[in-house]
Design a protein around this ligand. Structure first.
Ligand code: WT7
Length: 645
């Protein structure tokens, strides 16, 4: 049996959920009266401008609605309502790559967001419902822009700064965005880098919906300036008043879109709601990280991912805590950077990805011991499975054996944490997401809704709608239904299938086993194999392509590409294909392995047997039955090609 780590009793004493009895009692409450459970929190946590009529409307399933007809505003929820007693408290603690620190109080934040909101309205005519794309580095202006959009009811869509101009353009077009907000660039590993040229390239052929580009000056590097289209944020913002009334938003009005990869086709614009999203962002901050008093919370994600949305900006600010925003990387100038920041800012909760933990462990096993990390109370991980050695190092070397590690399982689509330990309650098994949070009905079932036996892997489904769930895929409601409610049925009703497999032990602990669809997870970044294949297929010398994930020590998974050639390319195909991937998607889509093979293993009906390709990439012996293949001999040929690659 695995070792169990009990909650720290001193921490549990003050925790919001301080025992498993408390956990079970909340869960039972949710089971007995689901709507009543959620209503209680919605009433307690949200500042309603006008009350809702119905907690959960299931009449148009799976297009669920929460807190219908209620009115609220997320920037009020994150800023204004805190001003009376927290005006002088630091809201955002920014640390630049080069060590520059800025403490932005809730009052400062209010002024800047109000000015920003006025700028959007007055200068660019942005109205409720308009889409605004953000292509931003990790600087406070990114958070101001998000909150300014929320204030006036515009829908933001953040595109991660590592995506290429092509990927950016696709997302701008899909959302028919009116305004792009970007920066000249920022700093990374001590050097300036540029972002604006990527926007210029994305808009080289003008996108009809785009009226303007607003540019924040971060590093004052020289950039191209398109007269009439480009506008200088720093020059304009001072003219705007710091009072801008917030727009009363309907509970179900979209707060933002965030594009993510699926198993087929192009990325999907995950649409989140206003009330349900902000409620769960705040509740999970309070339950899973248990932020209290003067706690300082640091989530190392980028705002371009859902983790950055929910746990750098919306969750921490709704909970009235201090959130750290960091421009740089935790390994610069050395592997002690993160630990130095923990010491200097007295960080109490630290939340990062297993990939980062593995890198920091590898680069500086004893580095944490050089710093005073006694302020830490809770450590978190997210985005991919963590392996027990990394978990143990995190627990001992970083947490000094006294901090709970919350291994939080969730997705872009879930808006916030779904399955996670509670730091003051859950006895933790390393590298295990443990139990669903109170109110979350997570089940491991087969496609007909039958529960799986102990230890058996099944579909990880959420069998009741929850407030912060995805509402639809922007512009494609059918794809929403098919992607999430097309695989599993329980009691005759389609239920949400996450795409992940999981199993449960005899004590009900849930372990995530990974994606069951054609999605791979590289350093916690989600990639669709179909999306990568579509890019590789663009090359004239590629006859066929198949992409699989291969286990990787640091990244969790790496991209492994099999290609069948036509003609004789007199070029380095590996280099060439990686440059295509960088151009169409971004550097994060580059493959570690690209192997030319004589053919792909296909069934007689033409379906590629990816399981075989995954096994070969792993270097595993083939145990699958290959007799149903169109050409069973191809398997040995592929193995040979991989060996010689
Ligand atoms: C996929 C979602 C959630 C924010 C970051 C990623 C994997 C997520 C865990 C975890 C094992 C995890 C799943 C999931 N995943 N958290 N704690 N243990 N796997 O968001 O890009 O939407 O990816 O990340 O496979 O489906 P995302």
């Amino acid at each position: 049996m695995k070792e169990i780590f009990q909650p720290n009793p001193a921490f549990a004493q003050h925790a919001r959920i301080g025992s498993m009895e408390a956990y079970h009692s909340l869960m039972n409450k949710a089971k007995d009266d689901y709507e009543g459970f959620w209503a209680e929190y919605a009433d307690e946590k949200i500042e309603w401008l006008s009350p809702y009529n119905k907690v959960l409307d299931e009449s148009n399933a799976p297009f669920y609605q929460w807190f219908t007809d209620g009115k609220l505003n997320v920037s009020n929820q994150c800023i204004d309502r805190h001003l009376a007693d927290k005006g002088d408290k630091t809201a955002i603690l920014f640390e630049g790559d080069r060590g520059d620190v800025e403490k932005i109080t809730y009052r400062d934040l209010s002024q800047r967001v109000n000015q920003f909101a006025n700028l959007l309205k007055n200068k660019f005519g942005i109205k409720k419902g308009d889409r605004v794309v953000l292509y931003m580095p990790m600087i406070p202006e990114a958070a101001y822009a998000m909150l300014a959009c929320a204030r006036i009811g515009a829908i933001h869509s953040i595109v991660f700064g590592g995506f290429s101009s092509e990927a950016l353009r696709d997302r701008i077009e899909d959302a028919t965005a009116k305004l792009i907000i970007t920066a000249d660039g920022a700093y990374r590993k001590g050097k300036p880098y540029l972002l604006k040229p990527v926007v210029d390239e994305a808009l080289q052929n003008p996108v009809e919906s785009v009226e303007a580009v607003l540019v924040v000056k971060r590093n004052n590097e020289e950039i191209h300036w398109e007269e009439g289209r480009d506008h200088d944020y720093n020059a304009l913002i001072g003219d705007e008043s710091d009072e801008c009334a917030f727009e009363p938003m309907d509970s179900e009005d979209p707060l933002f879109l965030l594009y993510t990869s699926g198993s087929t086709g192009k990325p999907k614009g995950v649409q989140h709601s206003t009330a349900g999203y902000i409620l769960w962002a705040q509740m999970t901050m309070e339950w899973v990280f248990d932020v209290q008093g003067d706690d300082v919370f640091w989530c190392t994600a980028d705002i371009g991912w859902i983790t950055g949305h929910t746990y750098i900006v919306y969750g921490p600010l709704a909970a009235g805590t201090t959130t750290v925003m960091f421009e740089g990387v935790p390994t610069y100038p050395d592997a002690g950077r993160a630990w130095k920041m923990v010491e200097e800012h007295k960080i109490s909760q630290f939340y990062t990805a297993p990939t980062a933990i593995r890198v920091l462990h590898k680069m500086g096993e004893d580095e944490p011991a050089k710093y005073d990390l006694s302020s830490l109370k809770v450590l978190g991980t997210v985005g991919e499975p963590i392996d027990p050695p990394a978990w143990i190092w995190y627990h001992e070397a970083v947490g000094g054996g006294k901090c709970a590690i919350v291994d939080t399982w969730w997705q872009t689509e879930t808006g916030g944490h779904m399955i996670s330990p509670l730091p003051g309650a859950t006895p933790i098994k390393p590298a295990c997401a443990t139990y669903p949070l109170p109110g979350i009905m997570a089940e491991i079932i087969d496609k007909d809704g039958n529960p799986k036996e102990v230890g058996e892997t099944g579909l990880l489904c959420i069998t009741k709608p929850w407030p912060s769930m995805i509402r639809t895929i922007w512009g494609d409601p059918q794809r929403y239904e098919k992607s999430y409610f097309g695989d599993a049925v329980k009691d005759g009703k389609p239920v949400y299938f996450s795409g992940d497999g999981a199993n449960m032990d005899e004590e009900g602990y849930i372990t995530i086993t990974g994606r069951m669809d054609d999605v791979i997870n590289v350093s916690g970044h989600r990639m669709g194999t179909a999306e990568i294949e579509a890019v590789v297929n663009e090359d004239t010398y590629v006859a066929e392509v198949a992409v699989v994930g291969r286990p990787h020590d640091i990244k969790g998974e790496s991209i492994f590409i099999y290609i069948v050639l036509k003609g004789d390319p007199e070029k380095d195909m590996k280099k060439h294909i990686n440059s295509l991937l960088a151009e169409y998607i971004g550097n994060i889509a580059k493959a570690d392995d690209i192997v030319v093979v004589p053919g792909l293993p296909k069934t007689r009906s033409g379906k590629i047997m990816r399981r075989i390709l995954r096994s070969i990439a792993k270097g595993e012996a083939i145990t699958q039955d290959t007799s149903t293949l169109e050409d069973p001999a191809v398997v040995a040929q592929i193995e040979e090609a991989v060996k010689n690659a």
